[in-house]
Design a protein around this ligand. Sequence first.
Ligand SMILES: O=c1ccn([C@@H]2O[C@H](COP(=O)(O)OP(=O)(O)O[C@H]3O[C@@H]([C@H](O)CO)[C@H](O)[C@H]3O)[C@@H](O)[C@H]2O)c(=O)[nH]1
Length: 378
Amino acid sequence: MFQRPQHLLSRAVASHRVLFIEEPIYQPMEAGLPRMQLRRTAQDVLVATPLLPQGLDEVRADAAQRDLLDALLDGPEGGKDIAIAWYYTPMALSFSGHLQPAVTVYDCMDELSAFRGASPGLRLLERRLMQRADLVFTGGRSLYEAKRGLHPSTHLFASGVDVHHFAPARNGTPEGGEPEDQAGLPHPRLGWFGVIDERMDLGLVGAVAERRPDWTVIMVGPVVKIDPASLPRAANIHWLGGKGHQDLPRYLANWDVGFMPFAINEATRYISPTKTPEYLAAGVPVVSTPVADVVRDYGEAGLAEIASTPDEVVSAAERLMARPRASWLPQADQRLAQISWDSLWARMAGLINQVSSRRSAAGSQTRAMTSSNAAPDV
Ligand SMILES: O=c1ccn([C@@H]2O[C@H](COP(=O)(O)OP(=O)(O)O[C@H]3O[C@@H]([C@H](O)CO)[C@H](O)[C@H]3O)[C@@H](O)[C@H]2O)c(=O)[nH]1
């Protein structure tokens, strides 16, 4: 999955060495555990995954991650000073709170406390992170409104888009051809890509497919935290699993409508789905349930149809399929041109530079960049 952290941190490598600490993986006890597993991404981000023995309690797991992190930073991949500690989850404070970076950034991309399986300690750690952060970035409008009162330097950075990555889908199937698992499925097609978890309205997916057995519903993405047995099954629903980001345009190129069947609940109250501008960049019109940020950022501008019930989704999709691209694509392009990941990163980097200039004037030095995350991080 190529998500917000990957987009931003792969741009950070132009000016920093980026070390990204992943969530730990627990394994049966064996010699050599705990240890840090390292890999370098194509974008030159060093990704470190703590491998821990199963059965560690929380305190020991935090201590083990702290030791592994310190050993990594003391070694050749570390650096004398840390320029930026970049957090995607407050939970990472429990093993990195002793670090003394020049600048601390909290890039809050979701209200994690509302997600299934969230740690009860998350809210307290978020308060601590807010106290130590120099900058708080928020991944969407609703999150910004929820967090801006908690930190004086909170900034709205809603999802960006790599137009160049998705635009080839507008003009026939990009190089590589239509993926085998999609080729041959009948049109019209409603497609989704993204994580499939408790945020999805599975009942809606099943009901739309049932209303229109002549349509095909294509679901791309990993099933996470929910029982795969709970997915609606029908001859016209195709659960294709997770795909590489590079392959997404080949799927989108042959969709008639981009579908966002989010459940409307606590877990989706603050989300700002990156897939909205990505569908549009591929020339695929969007129908979504009324997620607040989708309604405000896209629905009200006529760039997404908002529908709650199966009948509303079917009617909206029919309207979108009948609408010529030329009637909406120029307006979509205007919006997309304002939200490239490049421009978001440039603005973020500007804010970080302001803070670090102030710090270095006060005597701090910067060298390496580290970040820890629950999802990713530098
Ligand atoms: O098989 C796949 C499917 C998708 N992708 C890429 O992953 C991107 C993220 O998808 P997802 O995790 O479903 O997240 P989404 O964009 O809908 O929403 C989350 O992101 C934040 C946002 O970043 C804040 O700015 C939001 O609030 C979150 O809930 C997807 O866009 C695909 O490009 C893939 O690679 N492979």
